[in-house]
Structures are given as structure tokens and as C-alpha cells.
Design a protein around this ligand. Structure first.
Ligand SMILES: [Zn+2]
Ligand SMILES: [Zn+2]
Length: 280
């Protein structure tokens, strides 16, 4: 099982960090978890362009986690020799979001159908949306996936995914504060991927930016680096993988983040730029 941090960024614009998205490769499947800004560029960087994506899992509908889903869907369609529907699993609300997205693409779809006979002969830009809730489970090929409640309130619903294949497991938590359901999601997982914020830096920068009050609000519903490490310890995970860095990590600054986490978790801690990967 291989996990690649496609995008380690957040809503904050960055020249180097793509938006939140993670690739899980296991059991012969390429599973994309969230589809943030520039996800298709990073999929190319991971040698897994959209036609090779087996399925998309969405943790929640915050724009930074979904804003380039349309690029995944469009590129997969126009670059696939034989298009099959793309399976998209997400929380309640995903269907309406995807329907709106498809509507947004209507002009482009008509241009391409008018121009390319082979696309017209295909099934079109088909997607298969399945809305899931905590407690649900499903399979993608040989890979099993279970759905868990997370706590990103006031944003709801939000879910995390536990992905298992070949005796290995990865917990993809998405945006959440620590909670018992998160501990259940992560318990004994080989890899635990958590989106995090640096509380100390957010509090330092907030008074210096025009939207300082709103910037502070992000502390309400994200795990800090330390909290992610505490969750990792409580749940007995193998490796802690941090992503969704707020603020973006300056080049060479990863160790500072790792040290903060290591105060609360004694196992391996992965912190790195886009396209950092780890295997279990
Ligand atoms: Zn969020
Ligand atoms: Zn986020």
C-alpha cells in the first residue's frame, strides 16, 4: 500500500502547494481522496493521470477539497480510450454538488462531442455518485473501504475513510478535530493521514492579515499538529502522515513540524512537500 500526498496545501494560495488531495495505491487500485487545486498536475507528477484513477473518495464538500474535481472528470473522459463511469463516493450532498459541476461543464461537453466522433460513440462524461454515511462500507475491486464520522463542525456531514488491502490499512481522516470516532477510524492503522494546522503560527499571523478574525476561525475545526500526534498515539497507528499545512511549510521547514509532533507520538512521522509518498 502506497500513499502519496498529491497536494499538501489548504485554501491559502501557494505557489508550491497544491490543494488537499491524496492518492492511495493498493490492491491494484488508484484511489483519489479529495480533489483540491491542481490535483491533475499532481496526478501527472505521481505517474497516475486521471484515466488511471479507479475511484474518487470525498471527505467533505469544502471548496479546497473539491475545487478541481471537474478537471479530474473532464480529463479522465477526454483522455480515456474507452470511458467507463467514474465512481465518486462522498457524504450526503455530493450528488447535488456533482450535478451542478456537470451542468457547469455543459458547453465544454457539447464542443467535444461535436468535434470527436469516438467520444459521441462512448457513454459520455458519466460519473456514478454514491453518497455514504458513517457505518457504511464498500469495495473498490479487492480494496475494502469503511466510512467513519469526523468532527469538522459547523461543517457537516464530514467523513473519513479507512482503506484496507493485502493486510495493510490507511486512515484518511480529512479535516477534523480529535474525537472518539476519529480514534476508531485510526485504531491500529498502518498509515494515518491527518490534515493539520499550526496553532502557534496561525495565532502569530492572524493580527498581521486583513482577515485575521476569519483566519483564527480555522482553529475551531482542524487538528493541530500536536493533536494529530496525540490521536496517532491513542490509536496506536504505525506511521503518522501530516498534510494540509496551514500555513504552508517554508522550504526546509519540515523538521520543525516533525519535532512538534514527535513530542506526542514516538513512531515515524511523515512531513514533506507535494508528491511525498510513504509505503506500508
Ligand atoms: Zn474543511
Ligand atoms: Zn481543508
Amino acid at each position: 500500500m502506497k500513499v502519496t500526498l498529491l497536494g499538501t496545501g489548504s485554501p491559502l494560495p501557494s505557489a508550491t502547494c497544491a490543494g488537499p488531495s491524496t492518492l492511495v495505491q493498493a490492491g491494484g487500485q488508484n484511489i483519489l481522496v479529495d480533489a483540491g487545486r491542481a490535483v491533475v498536475m499532481r496526478l501527472a507528477g505521481a505517474m497516475c493521470p486521471p484515466p488511471l484513477v479507479s475511484a474518487v473518495l470525498l471527505t467533505h464538500l469544502h471548496s479546497d477539497h473539491i475545487c478541481d474535481l471537474n478537471d479530474v472528470v473532464t480529463t479522465r473522459w477526454v483522455a480515456s480510450p474507452a470511458a467507463t463511469p467514474l465512481d465518486i463516493w462522498g457524504p450526503v450532498g455530493t450528488r447535488a454538488m456533482v450535478e451542478g459541476m456537470i451542468a457547469m461543464l455543459a458547453a465544454d461537453v457539447s464542443y467535444r462531442l461535436d468535434h470527436h466522433d469516438d467520444l459521441r460513440a462512448g457513454i459520455g462524461m458519466a460519473v456514478n455518485v454514491v453518497e455514504v454515511e458513517p457505518g457504511d462500507s464498500f469495495h473498490i475491486g479487492e480494496v475494502s473501504v469503511s466510512v467513519h464520522r469526523t468532527d469538522h463542525r459547523p461543517v457537516a456531514p464530514t467523513i473519513g475513510f479507512r482503506i484496507e488491502a493485502g493486510g495493510k490499512s490507511a486512515a484518511l481522516a480529512g479535516d477534523t478535530i480529535p474525537c472518539p470516532e476519529l480514534d476508531d477510524l485510526c485504531r491500529g492503522a498502518d498509515l494515518y493521514v491527518q490534515t493539520v494546522v499550526r496553532e502557534d503560527l496561525v495565532r502569530t499571523f492572524a493580527p498581521l492579515v486583513p482577515i485575521g478574525e476569519r483566519f483564527l476561525d480555522i482553529l475551531d475545526y482542524h487538528s493541530t499538529v500536536q493533536q494529530a500526534a496525540q490521536t496517532a498515539s491513542r490509536a496506536g497507528v504505525g506511521t503518522l502522515v501530516l498534510t494540509h499545512y496551514v500555513p504552508a511549510i517554508q522550504p526546509g521547514g519540515e523538521d520543525e513540524w516533525r519535532v512538534l509532533a514527535a513530542e506526542h507520538f514516538s513512531g515515524p512521522i511523515v512531513v514533506g512537500p507535494d508528491l511525498t509518498s510513504v509505503e506500508a
